[in-house]
Design a protein around this ligand. Structure first.
Ligand SMILES: C[S@@+](CC[C@H](N)C(=O)[O-])C[C@H]1O[C@@H](n2cnc3c(N)ncnc32)[C@H](O)[C@@H]1O
Ligand code: SF4
Length: 461
């Protein structure tokens, strides 16, 4: 593909290197407000049951043994393994409350444990968590669901991977970020190739359906040459999918990031160079670029979904299942149910307080309007498929596109002049190099973007 051959001149980079959402949801989490509470969630769950269909479950395990300085996840860093027990008791209380709200027969097509580090839990605790989940929800027992877990290879050995397969997981995603020793040291995440390979090899031997690897570009000391060496090692591991995340550096929000010196970070031009080379390199290695930051083998369900136009976006990134309502449990987790988003409190003491009092631990949320549904459709089409059929949107939502989106089209005309997009009366198409700036394209259709505090979002380049 040619996007990597088209140079980005400094002026173009300066104009487009703004801050903006990653659109794992629309509206984005900044629109969530405290006026949304338990009664709203209960109403949303009732709407969800009226529609029916399968469910997606998410369980958040926030604990990590050590902190990685770059990390923007909701986590609690502790060496005290005993902290897991009272937290799990709270999760079980939440599970019981949530399960009451959903029709018992709705099959769980998708399950995900995220973190933090889910394997911070002991083997017995992981068995128990899966057993309790099965007591409350209709888990599939025939291995036909998509049951995935985030793995930090420093916190999982072959025995852990075997246990996870035994209790029902069939997909893993591994945090790697970078194999370069200088980069690893600078972000306080020293992880050997060998311990990573042990996890991947065991997952293969245990017939997991998919192995995915997370990398981050934009970390301190990274350069194109160094990152290509990391990619060589990653390709050796032969993952089915890769996520290459753009490092979100927000030291105001994430304290450990203050230990990363700004002058050690690659410049926006270097980052574009790394990304462009990564895309070229992985395509040569047989991977397909999925959306803006994922890669998959051509026969992977994600690549098939992109080809067939059914790819979706959710809080885990790109997905084949986003049409399922997602019931999320655990501190800070976000549910998407019956046309509403709902986020739990982040602090473990407040999470406990609410559940001890028999309340759902909801902090905030938002009910989605009809206008949100329309704009979400437009943004999802663009960020997943890089193409938007104007007539399809007009027919589906009964609008005149040019009138309804006149502001967005005016904004896009600059991007068209910069050859990032082409606009015709029939469609909007994102050009190869516009793919690297897809967040800017989506922002034009985000009704809330102009009103938001840019500090809350990471840089798009
Ligand atoms: C929720 S974390 C959990 C993964 C697991 N604890 C581990 O470290 O292997 C999932 C992924 O988010 C990504 N991530 C974390 N902080 C990030 C940041 N500031 N910018 C971009 N990606 C980030 C990393 O690639 C990480 O593997
Ligand atoms: S990257 Fe993973 S292990 Fe590191 S601090 Fe974040 S959640 Fe914990």
């Amino acid at each position: 593909m040619s996007q990597t051959e088209i140079p980005f001149d400094p002026d173009l980079i300066r104009r487009y290197d703004t801050s903006g959402p990653r659109y794992t949801s629309y509206p984005t989490a900044v629109q969530f407000h405290g006026g949304f509470g338990e009664p709203d969630y209960r109403a949303a769950a009732a709407r969800s049951n009226a529609t029916g269909g399968p469910l997606s479950l998410y369980v958040h395990i926030p604990f990590c043994d050590t902190v990685c300085y770059y990390c923007a996840c909701n986590k609690v860093v502790t060496k005290d393994r005993a902290k897991a027990r009272p937290y799990l008791e709270d999760v079980y209380r939440e599970m019981a409350l949530q399960a009451e709200l959903f029709d018992a027969g709705r099959p769980v097509d998708q399950l995900h444990w995220g973190g933090g580090t889910p394997t911070f839990l002991s083997h017995d605790e992981m068995r128990e968590l899966m057993r309790k989940t099965g007591e409350h929800f209709a888990l599939k027992t025939d291995d036909s669901g998509e049951y995935s877990i985030e793995i930090d290879p420093r916190e999982a050995d072959a025995a852990t991977i075997r246990l996870l397969r035994e209790i029902g997981f069939n997909r893993i995603s591994l945090g790697v970020q970078d194999f370069d020793p200088d980069v690893q040291k600078a972000v306080n995440r020293v992880q050997s190739f060998e311990e990573t390979r042990e996890v991947v090899d065991t997952a293969r031997a245990e017939a997991f359906h998919g192995v995915s690897i997370d990398l981050i570009y934009g970390l301190p000391h990274q350069s194109r040459e160094r990152f290509m060496k990391t990619l060589d090692r990653v390709i050796e591991l032969d993952p089915d999918r890769l996520s290459i995340f753009n490092y979100a550096h927000l030291p105001q929000r994430f304290k450990p990031q203050r230990r990363i010196a700004g002058e050690d970070l690659p410049s926006p031009a270097e980052k574009l160079d790394i990304l462009g080379s990564t895309i070229r390199y992985l395509q040569q290695a047989g991977y397909v670029l999925i959306g803006m930051d994922h890669f998959a083998k051509p026969d992977d369900p994600l690549a098939i979904a992109q080809r067939e136009g059914t790819l979706q976006r959710n809080f885990q990134g790109y997905s084949t299942h986003a049409e399922c309502d997602m019931v999320a449990m655990g501190a800070s987790s976000i549910s998407q149910v019956g046309g509403a988003f709902s986020q739990n409190v982040k602090e473990l003491d407040r999470y406990h307080e609410a559940l001890a009092a028999g309340r759902l631990p909801i902090e905030k949320g938002v009910a989605i309007t009809e206008e949100d549904v329309l704009r979400r459709h437009v943004i999802t089409e663009l960020i997943c498929h890089f193409r938007l059929s104007i007539s399809e949107v007009e027919a589906r939502f009964d609008i005149d596109f040019a009138t309804h989106f006149s502001d967005a089209l005016a904004e896009l005309s600059d991007m068209a002049a910069d050859e990032l997009v082409t606009i015709t009366p029939e469609e909007i198409e994102v050009q190869p190099r516009g793919r690297l700036l897809i967040r800017n394209v989506c922002m034009a259709f985000d009704e809330y973007h102009g009103t938001l505090d840019g500090q809350r979002f990471s840089k798009v380049i």
